[in-house]
Design a protein around this ligand. Structure first.
Ligand SMILES: *[C@@H]1O[C@H](CO)[C@@H](O)[C@H](O)[C@H]1NC(C)=O
Ligand SMILES: *[C@@H]1O[C@H](CO)[C@@H](O)[C@H](O)[C@H]1NC(C)=O
Ligand SMILES: *[C@@H]1O[C@H](CO)[C@@H](O)[C@H](O)[C@H]1NC(C)=O
Ligand SMILES: *[C@@H]1O[C@H](CO)[C@@H](O)[C@H](O)[C@H]1NC(C)=O
Ligand SMILES: *[C@@H]1O[C@H](CO)[C@@H](O)[C@H](O)[C@H]1NC(C)=O
Ligand SMILES: *[C@@H]1O[C@H](CO)[C@@H](O)[C@H](O)[C@H]1NC(C)=O
Ligand SMILES: *[C@@H]1O[C@H](CO)[C@@H](O)[C@H](O)[C@H]1NC(C)=O
Ligand SMILES: *[C@@H]1O[C@H](CO)[C@@H](O)[C@H](O)[C@H]1NC(C)=O
Ligand SMILES: *[C@@H]1O[C@H](CO)[C@@H](O)[C@H](O)[C@H]1NC(C)=O
Length: 499
């Protein structure tokens, strides 16, 4: 019973927050405008306040009837007439109409609030017949047809009505999924305003082969390849932005970002090298999405996006025949942060299970190879207000490092050490200065963990020296930044480590 009551109270509270009251005029120095969360936009509220003459209203609730207005821009000249003086039409003239911030009715202007840039009595005093009958002419100036030049150029305001401050709160629920069927179902549920599908995929970022000279005057096809399989990419995130500032003069005083989230990541990296050299692949696209936005035209726009990219490098010297596969997965539970205040302190529970790996290697003496793969999963919330913009982001940095080093050992053998580590770091940051809210870039680390996957050294006896045909010049066999390694003695056994 208690629960039912609580649900009633909550439902009522939410409805009260999400409904614009067009029956009550904003004549007391404050006004608010709400946007309901839908599949196409984030929900939120803007509340403005100032001196009693600084904020006014030209909707029918304040007695005004607008005769011509377009919803395609905030900057226009509109004609309007007072149809009921007792509702408070004259309020906009308090301390002069100019630079008063007024609420517009639905369908007029692009945003809910504009500045009166100029006020005149319209040269065109004609009225449509349906309005004519409702205007009680008493010869006063209020009942004449007025012309208002309106715009959202708040920076041009003289400030004669004093500062007008605002508070904005915007919220949206987003989902990133690797399974399109599931994400479609979630979009239909109504609570999630944006759901995108990042399909599980396999991406090759290195893939080169060369015909190389081999022992006894033969040749052999040697390859170098690197690929990623994104097995799972899932995030459930609620973006929450609160900002305070002034419209007159335009300024953002505070900006607070939080994005509670749950998620799961799983990926495999697979490498192989029989060549030497170095390769680099930057900005490998793994998936991206734009989510529904929040816009109060002329004041603020909030655009959340998701972007996943990868960077891969490889460096190999001599013939290592290093072919590792490693898997990484992480479960992200209940990420909580408030940026930049860190109050309450950021918190997250991330579990990284020991992923399986499978390593093959047949290195020649003094050979080495290193592969790295770094991927960035970034939720970016771009805030544009007045003339400036800033990006707030929460980023997951994954780093995968695989190394093999062969060094000489006693009795015609080599010591081969293989290291594999994974690491994951989560940080929230802003891109730079933004009004009074940020004086520069700030970054806050939420989580960082290095996961050693494999660290193993073993001694391999070297085999018989290969016969190298005279005149074999491996340096001829090269392409881009990779080349055939010189023919050298292989170990008598191959390394294979599987977990
Ligand atoms: C409204 O009418 C006035 C006078 O006719 C004109 O100057 C103005 O551009 C019109 N505004 C719109 C939005 O049509
Ligand atoms: C004007 O508004 C007052 C107060 O709401 C209302 O009582 C009155 O009926 C209105 N007059 C007209 C002509 O609409
Ligand atoms: C306001 O409009 C009047 C009449 O069109 C014009 O003379 C005056 O220069 C305008 N003032 C401003 C500040 O735009
Ligand atoms: C109005 O805003 C300006 C600029 O943000 C600020 O310097 C000033 O103190 C404010 N005035 C009042 C009365 O709050
Ligand atoms: C996608 O996500 C689901 C979990 O919803 C998971 O079970 C599955 O293995 C993932 N990968 C593919 C290729 O569907
Ligand atoms: C090269 O030839 C020698 C002698 O003919 C032979 O013993 C050896 O196995 C051959 N090596 C390879 C790699 O084929
Ligand atoms: C391997 O490197 C050592 C020095 O670290 C050097 O003395 C040796 O000659 C090298 N051997 C080969 C086969 O390159
Ligand atoms: C190297 O070979 C010698 C002679 O065969 C042997 O006595 C010695 O134990 C070997 N050393 C190692 C480290 O295997
Ligand atoms: C492998 O890892 C261990 C411990 O992390 C480190 O001491 C060693 O230097 C690493 N070896 C290589 C070849 O990176």
């Amino acid at each position: 019973m208690k629960d039912i009551l609580l649900i009633f109270v909550l439902t009522f509270a939410l409805q009260a927050v999400c409904t614009n009251d067009w029956t009550k005029a904003c004549l007391g120095g404050s006004c608010s405008f709400d946007i309901e969360e839908t599949p196409t936009n984030m929900g939120g509220t803007i509340q403005i306040s100032g001196s009693s003459s600084s904020v006014s209203d030209i909707t029918p609730a304040a007695g005004w009837q607008i005769l011509n207005c377009t919803d395609s821009t905030n900057s226009q000249t509109i004609r309007l007439v007072c149809t009921n003086e007792s509702l408070g039409c004259e309020h906009i003239f308090q301390d002069g109409a100019r630079d008063t911030i007024v609420r517009l009715p639905q369908g007029c202007g692009r945003g809910p609030f504009v500045r009166i840039a100029n006020h005149t009595i319209s040269e065109d005093q004609s009225l449509p017949t349906n309005i004519n009958s409702r205007v009680i002419k008493r010869g006063g100036t209020v009942t004449q047809v007025h012309a208002l030049q309106i715009d959202d150029n708040f920076a041009q305001s003289s400030g004669q009505h004093g500062n007008v401050s605002f508070e904005i709160h915007a919220q949206g629920d987003f989902r990133v999924n690797n399974d399109s069927k599931q994400s479609k179902r979630q979009t239909g549920s109504g609570s999630t305003s944006g759901a995108v599908d990042i399909p599980a995929q396999s991406i090759f970022f290195f893939d080169t082969s060369l015909t190389c000279p081999a022992a006894n005057d033969t040749t052999q096809t040697q390859t170098i390849s690197g690929s990623l399989a994104a097995i799972q990419t899932q995030f459930d995130i609620t973006v929450d932005v609160t900002s305070t500032g002034t419209m007159s003069p335009p300024n953002i005083e505070t900006l607070s970002f939080s994005a509670p989230m749950n998620g799961a990541l799983a990926l495999d990296t697979i490498y192989n090298t029989g060549l030497q050299g170095s390769l680099e692949a930057a900005n490998i696209p793994l998936g991206s999405a734009e989510f529904p936005s929040f816009s109060i035209d002329g004041i603020v726009e909030i655009n959340p996006t998701f972007l996943a990219t990868g960077d891969a490098t490889m460096v190999a010297e001599l013939l290592s025949n290093f072919a590792p596969l490693s898997s990484f997965s992480a479960n992200i539970n209940n990420l909580q942060f408030t940026f930049p205040s860190n109050d309450p302190p950021a918190n997250v529970d991330i579990t990284i299970p020991n992923g399986p790996f499978d390593v093959l290697a047949e290195p020649t003496l003094n050979s080495s190879a290193q592969f790295t793969f770094a991927s960035l999963y970034e939720f970016d919330v771009q805030i544009s207000a007045f003339s400036q913009s800033v990006d707030l982001s929460v980023a997951y940095n994954y780093f995968n490092d695989l190394q093999l080093v062969s060094t000489p050992s006693v009795n015609n053998s080599e010591q081969v050490c293989i290291n594999i580590t994974n690491s994951l770091a989560v940080a929230v940051s802003n891109s730079g200065a933004f009004f009074d809210a940020f004086s520069g870039t700030q970054s806050q680390s939420i989580f960082a963990q290095v996961v050693p996957v494999l660290s193993s050294c073993q001694i391999l006896e070297l085999g018989p020296s290969p016969q190298v045909a005279l005149g074999t010049r491996p340096s001829l066999y090269s392409r881009d930044d990779v080349s055939c390694p010189p023919i050298a003695t292989l170990p008598q056994t191959t390394i294979q480590i599987i977990d």
